[in-house]
Write a protein that binds this ligand. Structure first.
Ligand SMILES: *[C@@H]1O[C@H](CO)[C@@H](O)[C@H](O)[C@H]1NC(C)=O
Ligand SMILES: *[C@@H]1O[C@H](CO)[C@@H](O)[C@H](O)[C@H]1NC(C)=O
Ligand SMILES: *[C@@H]1O[C@H](CO)[C@@H](O)[C@H](O)[C@H]1NC(C)=O
Ligand SMILES: *[C@@H]1O[C@H](CO)[C@@H](O)[C@H](O)[C@H]1NC(C)=O
Ligand SMILES: *[C@@H]1O[C@H](CO)[C@@H](O)[C@H](O)[C@H]1NC(C)=O
Ligand SMILES: *[C@@H]1O[C@H](CO)[C@@H](O)[C@H](O)[C@H]1NC(C)=O
Ligand SMILES: *[C@@H]1O[C@H](CO)[C@@H](O)[C@H](O)[C@H]1NC(C)=O
Ligand SMILES: *[C@@H]1O[C@H](CO)[C@@H](O)[C@H](O)[C@H]1NC(C)=O
Length: 790
């Protein structure tokens, strides 16, 4: 209810509402917000006019607030931020009465709540992981050479800050700071300007929006720093994945040893800390802080923003979504914005950050595993995954099921899942314990076994958890096996009077197949806000990624774990997002004239739907995945540098998209900050010039228009080929296009026709343009419905 109300009532109406309606609205407000509370809100004033000096803009914010709050002093007190560079607006603590008063002021486009976003790593929960970014073939591409490793491109990371002492921020190979850079290094707790260098060129922090919502926080008690310094490790991991310098001999406990480097190793990093701890685990990031960082980053000179954060569905409308609004203004200035798609999979329609101007990233595996096997007394061997640094001393141990060695006080389920205090130390001592995965973090179960005196742990998937296994930095010798192996091992224990086993030390195995495989946690389409726009856009490595880490955070995040690591392995769409940001930086260095939409198009149309067996990419249950999992496919940076054709988009295309949403003028303004002129004939989202084609409700026949621009050499002819979605007939006109010049644009139409019996289910295909050198592929996603069921 709060959400509907927010979007319905907190946007400034362009006509005065009748009094009766207004009072009903106030009543609703009074009952849904904390009584008489001052809630922080964002007051959005639209585009900033270049001619007005930022100081004048700030003064206007003070005046506006003072007129509502009654005094300049009160206005100063309530104001959290003035947004004055990329766009115009402010954040302030306001009561519901103030909100309605502010909404009435001419020039106020919208007032919306300071929404909370979360970090999109899986750490501390199901996906306590450890991983590495080096030796990944994604990075060993000639695009590195062509782009000069992304030299002088500036990547802005909105996250938990940075551990500046990490070798990933070494500036040894890096030249002087680009002269256009206007950012700075803001000091604070355990952080000063000397922590920045030619690699880490900017560091700022934004906490007012978080503080406004968390009155009694104590950063010291939560282990964080009131400065750009990273306590959680998340921001260090993501920014070093995007643009970390070369670090030789990077590893976790000797595993995954190699040269660590980010996607764009010679790019510069600017850190904007916007996420703060809620408790010792999660991080949260508020819209008002995010908007302040984007506004400043646009001014500072950032080229690519990477945001490994977002919210879970139900998603806010674009005009009440700080990330969408901030990103819109950044993209208008030619800045690429890359966001994680979320970790709410495999539930359908969970993908977040779905606006068309953002690049939305899903997560998938790479071809490296951290293997550790279970060898049973009958010599059968099951390969699991682990990042444990601990080795068993002997070659043979008694093997028992945790539910058979439960504590007297514990019920069977809790001992089966190895919850705290659920095991009987007398029965556990010196043995390898078999625990089922679920509910508590995987590494926490290992710690329970360790505390009870166990020598090792075999963690197995329940049948519903399938084949997906994770390497964790367990605190004892332990490995994680899939559901089938787990049931074999359980059957072995049950069938023997004296079952025994051994767990082999972890080895790093490269070239494993199949890869990539989609991560089951990766949020899926369809797009819950605008089903006619496919999201996610692309998938990138997000499982078991090794990158730099904070030295005040342990590899498992468990209270019992006080190990310090310089590199850590983590999983999440949080880890996939900076891979794409790094590659976008390389593209930007190589093609400075490409728009953010052209860069996105190049990434998407060259993405692959095939894995390293040349078969369809699989999902987390090892069944065929599709565009709702990976969008256009898995990222291929080498091909992206020379895509042949791009589906470009200008401001008008985004306006057209907004018109198709059939928002009213005040809602358009809340996104674009200006009037939007909609075409007379109704536009459709499907017709936005996007590199994928989606029709969520196909009745009979629909014709889709697209325009491509040749970014390859001139005098080239492209032919189309079509993989038709089941039950849909697709034709493309013209089927052949000749381009005389580089930069030439041509349009074509795609006619989709449903067969008589509409299934009501989504079906997938693609169209591909080829000229003998380039392959330009776009997924087609269609749901045919019969007229009656509309
Ligand atoms: C515009 O749409 C918003 C959001 O749906 C709504 O709150 C507002 O009242 C509308 N304004 C007008 C003039 O209809
Ligand atoms: C800045 O921090 C560094 C290292 O943490 C320290 O050595 C130096 O004295 C500090 N400088 C100032 C001016 O505080
Ligand atoms: C914050 O926590 C620290 C450590 O627990 C404590 O020493 C300090 O007094 C607390 N500060 C406040 C203002 O509560
Ligand atoms: C990592 O590899 C480097 C270079 O091959 C080697 O010198 C180093 O000893 C290795 N480190 C570990 C911990 O294996
Ligand atoms: C298991 O393998 C070892 C060494 O290869 C052998 O000595 C032993 O007899 C085998 N045990 C069984 C039960 O097959
Ligand atoms: C994989 O795809 C199959 C078939 O569509 C589906 O039943 C299963 O839930 C999917 N698994 C995941 C983890 O997405
Ligand atoms: C274009 O290419 C065709 C065939 O490759 C060639 O015959 C023709 O001369 C070329 N035209 C120009 C203007 O280069
Ligand atoms: C495109 O089609 C034409 C005629 O159908 C054919 O001659 C040509 O080789 C094709 N080009 C490519 C790149 O497949």
């Amino acid at each position: 209810m709060e959400k509907t109300m927010g979007s319905a009532a907190l946007t400034k109406p362009s006509v005065q509402l009748p009094r009766v309606v207004l009072s009903v609205w106030l009543l609703l407000v009074c009952c849904s917000l904390t009584a008489f509370g001052m809630e922080s809100h964002i007051v959005y004033l639209g585009r900033r006019h270049e001619s007005i000096h930022p100081d004048v803009v700030v003064a206007s914010h003070h005046n506006m607030l003072a007129s509502v709050l009654g005094s300049t002093a009160a206005a100063k007190d309530a104001l959290l931020y003035s947004y004055k560079h990329g766009f115009n607006g402010f954040a302030a603590r306001l009561s519901s009465a103030h909100i309605s008063a502010v909404s009435q002021i001419p020039g106020v486009i919208s007032v919306f709540p300071n929404k909370r976003n979360n970090l999109l790593t899986t750490r501390s929960w199901e996906f306590l992981g450890l991983e590495k970014a080096n030796e990944n073939k994604v990075f060993e591409s000639s695009l590195w050479k062509k782009s000069n490793f992304g030299r002088d491109i500036i990547i802005g990371s909105l996250d938990t800050g940075v551990w500046p002492e990490s070798e990933s921020y070494s500036d040894d190979l890096i030249g002087t700071i680009p002269r256009r850079w206007k950012g700075s290094c803001i000091p604070g707790t355990a952080f000063n300007a000397t922590n920045c260098n030619r690699k880490l060129i900017g560091a700022r922090y934004y906490i007012k929006g978080y503080e406004a919502e968390n009155h009694h926080l104590n950063l010291t008690a939560l282990g964080d720093f009131l400065s750009p310094r990273d306590s959680s490790g998340h921001g260090t991991h993501t920014s070093s994945t995007a643009a970390g310098s070369f670090v030789q001999g990077a590893n976790l406990f000797g595993l995954g040893n190699g040269t660590a480097k980010g996607g764009a190793p010679l790019s510069r990093i600017a850190v904007y800390k916007v996420c703060w701890p809620r408790d010792s685990k999660g991080g949260e990031c508020y819209d008002s802080d995010i908007l302040a960082a984007i506004d400043q980053g646009i001014h500072d000179g950032v080229d690519v923003f990477t945001l490994s954060l977002g919210s879970s569905p139900p998603l806010p409308e674009f005009f009440e979504d700080g990330i969408a609004i901030g990103a819109f203004h950044a993209v208008q200035k030619g800045i690429v914005v890359v966001c994680a798609g979320g970790n709410d999979g495999p539930t359908p329609a969970t993908v977040a950050n779905t606006s068309p101007w953002i690049i939305t990233v899903a997560a998938s595996s790479i071809d490296r595993i951290f293997a550790s096997s279970v060898v049973l007394g009958n010599n059968k061997t099951y390969v699991g995954q682990s990042l444990s640094e601990h080795r068993l001393k002997n070659k043979i141990y008694d093997l028992v099921l945790s539910e058979d060695v439960g504590a007297a006080t514990a019920n069977k389920t809790s001992s089966k899942l190895c919850f705290s205090d659920s095991l009987d130390p007398k029965k556990v001592k010196g043995k390898i314990i078999v625990c089922q995965r679920g509910i508590t973090p995987r590494a926490a179960k290992g710690n329970v076994v360790k505390l009870a005196g166990g020598s090792g742990m075999v963690l197995y998937n329940a049948p519903s958890q399938g084949d997906e296994i994770f390497p964790d930095a367990h605190l004892l010798p332990a490995t994680h096996v899939n559901a089938k192996d787990g049931s074999d091992i359980v059957a072995y224990v049950k069938s023997k009077s004296k079952p025994v086993a051994y767990i082999s030390p972890v080895t790093t195995v490269k070239g494993s197949k199949p890869a990539p495989v989609m991560a089951s946690f990766s949020s899926q389409g369809p797009n819950s806000l605008t089903p006619d726009l496919l999201k996610p856009d692309i998938t990138a490595p997000g499982l078991d990624i090794l990158a730099a880490y904070s030295e005040v955070s342990s590899p498992t995040g468990l209270p019992a774990d006080n190990r310090v690591v310089h590199f850590n392995v983590e999983s999440g769409t949080s880890m996939a997002c900076p891979h794409v940001a790094g590659i976008a930086a390389l593209l930007k260095a190589h093609h400075p004239d490409w728009s953010p939409a052209a860069i996105k198009s190049a990434l998407m149309t060259t993405g692959t739907h095939l894995d390293n067996r040349r078969k369809e990419i699989l999902n987390g249950s090892f069944q065929t995945a599709g565009p709702f999992n990976y969008g256009a496919g898995h990222i291929d940076p080498n091909k992206a540098t020379d895509p042949g054709l791009v589906y470009d988009a200008t401001t008008e295309d985004y306006d057209y998209f907004l018109c198709a949403l059939k928002y009213n003028q005040s809602s358009y303004k809340s996104i674009t900050g200006r009037e939007v002129h909609c075409p007379k004939s109704a536009s459709s989202i499907s017709n936005m010039n996007y590199p994928s084609i989606t029709v969520s409700n196909l009745v009979g026949t629909q014709t889709i228009k697209r325009t491509v621009t040749n970014v390859g050499a001139g005098n080239t002819t492209y032919n189309v080929s079509i993989k038709m979605p089941r039950g849909i007939s697709v034709s493309v006109h013209p089927p052949q296009m000749h381009f005389l010049f580089k930069g030439e644009s041509k349009s074509f139409v795609v006619k989709l026709q449903a067969s008589r019996t509409a299934s009501g289910r989504y079906t997938f295909g693609h169209i591909t343009w080829r000229d003998g050198r380039h392959t330009v592929r776009s997924p087609i996603v269609v749901r045919p419905i019969s007229t009656g069921s509309r």
